[in-house]
Design a protein around this ligand. Structure first.
Ligand code: 5RP
Length: 222
């Protein structure tokens, strides 16, 4: 069984009629959107906000009603993936390049459920290079300032050109190996002019659902 789909199916069981739902991005969130599409065909009534153009396209193709922030006070529940998660539900996200929209959606959600396979659960964050979304203008100087925080920064490349986010920015992937003070690092990175946001999600997730190949799920709560 696909562990990512197992986790996604469990998360979908927390969606109720008339909720506004945040849709994540990535290969795990893909299963969440597929599953929600199926429930909508069966009669579930929800409105959704997507964290990327590709998730929005997928949702629309399944008949999920997409709305904008102007139409709501708050998102009831967001379901999204992660690149790393610890047992305190702190995360590294942005491997799929959608971290800024993901954080805007997450920080405007009553509940954030993170879905993942077992490989994403780590003792300490940092093995996965931390994605940082930066303005294109002056990115070379922003990279130097990120480097001064003790990482090896690398401009993300896609098919031999710089990767451009849905917001028209670059991503710099920062290898720290092990992050000791995730909250402090989050704030230090975001205080650099030119940084839009970084992939550390601290105190945002309310549930972490880990799926495995045997079809089981384990849930960690905040
Ligand atoms: C996209 C993300 C994804 O949630 C993260 O990269 C995990 O992706 P996947 O489910 O494909 O492993 O943060 O920006």
């Amino acid at each position: 069984m696909d562990s990512k789909k197992i986790a996604a199916d469990k998360a979908i069981s927390f969606i109720e009629n008339n909720m506004t739902v945040g849709l994540g991005t990535g290969t795990t969130a893909y299963w969440d959107i597929e599953g929600i599409g199926q429930k909508v065909k069966e009669g579930l009534k929800i409105k959704a906000i997507a964290t990327s153009k590709r998730s929005e396209d997928q949702a629309r193709s399944l008949g999920i009603h997409i709305i904008s922030f102007a139409e709501i006070a708050q998102i009831d529940l967001t379901i999204d993936g992660a690149d790393e998660a610890d047992k305190n539900l702190n995360l590294i996200k942005g491997g799929g390049g959608a971290l800024l929209r993901e954080k805007i959606v997450a920080s405007n959600s009553r509940q954030l459920i993170i879905i993942a396979d077992e490989s994403k659960l780590v003792k300490k964050l940092g093995k996965f290079p931390l994605p940082v979304e930066v303005a294109i203008f002056g990115w070379e100087k922003t990279l130097e300032k990120l480097s001064a925080l003790g990482c090896t920064p690398k401009l993300r490349i896609d098919k031999s050109a710089a990767y451009i986010t849905d917001n028209g920015n670059y991503i710099i992937d920062c290898s720290f190996n092990e992050i000791q003070d995730a909250a402090g690092l989050h704030d230090a990175i975001n205080s650099i002019t030119g940084v839009m946001d970084n992939g550390l999600f601290i105190n945002l997730a309310t549930k972490l659902i880990i799926g495995n190949e045997a079809g089981e799920t384990k849930i960690f709560y905040k």
